[in-house]
Ligand binder design. Sequence first.
Ligand code: PLP
Length: 402
Amino acid sequence: MVIMSPQAIDQQKEISRRIARVPPSIMLSLADKIRQIESSGQKIIDLSLGQPEVPAPNHISKALQDSLLNPQTSYSSSAGSAELRDLIAKDLSTRSKGVGTSSPEVIVTSGSKHALFITLLSLIDPGDQVLVFEPYFPPYAEILGLVGGELKTVPIDFETLEADIDAFLSAVSAKTKAVLLNYPNNPAGWTLSQSQVQKIVSYCTERGVYVISDEIYDHIVFEGKSHTTAWSYSSDSKYVVHIGSFSKTYSMVPYRLGFVAARSKVCDAILKAQRATVTMVSPYIQSAGIAALKGPQDFVKSRLAIYEERRNKCLDILKSSDLVCPKPSGAFYLFIPLLNTNHRECHDAFDFATKFLDQYKVAVLPGGIFGDKWREYIRMSFATADSQLYEAMGKLCEFCKF
Ligand SMILES: Cc1ncc(COP(=O)(O)O)c(C=O)c1O
């Protein structure tokens, strides 16, 4: 017989097995730690989270303010406002080269993380496997912990940081219910070509495996290359589910606005999960989304140019020291291997990130939070003001020298 302490008994009774299974969010607890340090008057350069340093363009925030002047008193449609869903559907159709979708196949969500949550909740049963490339966005594991699914990972190439599609597809098994793609990728910056996307969708469709495609960085693809959305192949496949967001494209992180598009039955199921959880997204926030899609798109283009210039400059700075980092094709992160550096006093990237924060007041994320095999890498975001970013890069090179 196992004798348990009263505290252990209390814990067992209070906390569900489901929540106990969820790994802690190191990303968000680090963000809390940074806020705490800053509130004591110390300055931190924060390259940890991916949050554009500029606010959303004025026409977007003005739309929010204007909508608050027309206060509403009732619940609105759980799937989202007809106008916003229609705009999202049109935008997605344009981006998938005419492969149509219509507003009934779109659900407006509280950020794309919630879109991911209700999608996985609707498709995955305990024991089902979801295949992802590793390193991966940590909330995938947290959400699957909640839902009860099993995360199975296929590592990308350790040196080039490119995804091997054949290795990935050969890991699909009878237990695989869905593959979860994220391209352009956070944290490693790789993306997929048109033929790779097509190959994944057709391979999975033949086997009845869902392709949940998290493409929230779809507007941040460098060197003039275009982005192929998996939705382009959704007319032949009911298995494609598209996850999108306003957070990064329009600098709308705090608005919490995203969406999911899926073919009819799946969309109905996801809507059930939306109704059971948040009911609907605030109509005021949806007004901002309407303004974002209807308004001028020059902000999106100018941000892309800024990110590309920063990517190039950061890589030059790293090259001038001993740090070699593969060039990201998209998104706004550098995933830097520490293998060639002299940071002998750090036993892994967790230790590195802690000491770097303590000694140089710069926050980066340890690679191990994106998958256990990546403990020798750090991730830094370049969605940070130039002056701070380059100061932090200088500090990084200095820290790696001794
Ligand atoms: C790959 C990926 N998916 C989803 C999200 C969630 O974004 P949001 O909930 O702000 O739309 C993020 C945020 O960093 C991300 O990097």
